[in-house]
Write a protein that binds this ligand. Sequence first.
Ligand code: AMP
Ligand code: FE
Ligand code: ZN
Ligand code: FE
Length: 281
Amino acid sequence: MKIDLHAHSHVSDGTQTPAVLVAAAKNAGLDVLALTDHDSTSGWAEASLAAREQGIVLVPGMEISCKTREGISVHLLSYLHDPFNEDLLEEITKSKDARLSRAERMVERLAEDYPLNWDDVTQHVAPGATVGRPHIADALVAAGVVEDRSEAFASILTSHSRYFVSHYAPDPVLAVQLVRAAGGVPVFAHPVASARGRVVAEATFNDMIDAGLLGLEIDHRDNPEEGRAWLRKLAARKDLIVTGSSDYHGAGKPNLLGENLTSPEALARIEALGTGTAVVR
Ligand code: AMP
Ligand code: FE
Ligand code: ZN
Ligand code: FE
């Protein structure tokens, strides 16, 4: 069984439609794919339909951007939550709106030095999609400023860049509580991805676990080896679900579908604990 529980479509910053993503997963030999767009479940319907057609199992999911009081970025995966839960919806809508005005402000700053305007960016955003730095990167690629998204993130778009603007995002403890209240299974995404920026201290892991965190995404290319060993001990001590995934973004990132996998036992625990929506078979 090949199970990959973290992938993005153009509903956020992936480059494929949900249906094309599902077909790509089938092509890559996956048996199970989770669709986890940033702060959005808009791709679930199309992906579910495609999954049934293609004969692949779909786990409806989402990746929630969070920020601690110290300003450290945390990504929380949610599986099988109720997509209509009002408290959770209200929170992700707040983030999505904040992301939009933040992207506009970043483009204003960038426009002072580069041939770039807001229209150039929106051309790379699917209607209603969650806007992020990757879409700004796409516009910079189209303008010939950088070669690809990776180059943009390594230079102009890093969080240390003078063009960077931060945006509202919920505290991870609140996000865990909201996901649980919506019947979802919260899993901490790439928890020790130090190359992306500062990672949280053990106290934050404990706060999230006390709030109802159920799993850790350990096998992910952005988690360094030492960090993974530490995470495995933590997972064993707290009886957390362990997942492994690609974080595929289509052509937007080098990550390949199935490059990391989750065990059938871990998926069974997620399915047993998630009560907000069903796995699509
Ligand atoms: P944002 O949420 O708008 O601040 O942008 C962060 C998003 O950019 C994450 O969801 C990543 O998927 C994406 N990202 C981060 N680093 C890179 C990179 N080096 N290449 C491509 N995409 C990246
Ligand atoms: Fe992303
Ligand atoms: Zn992430
Ligand atoms: Fe992701």
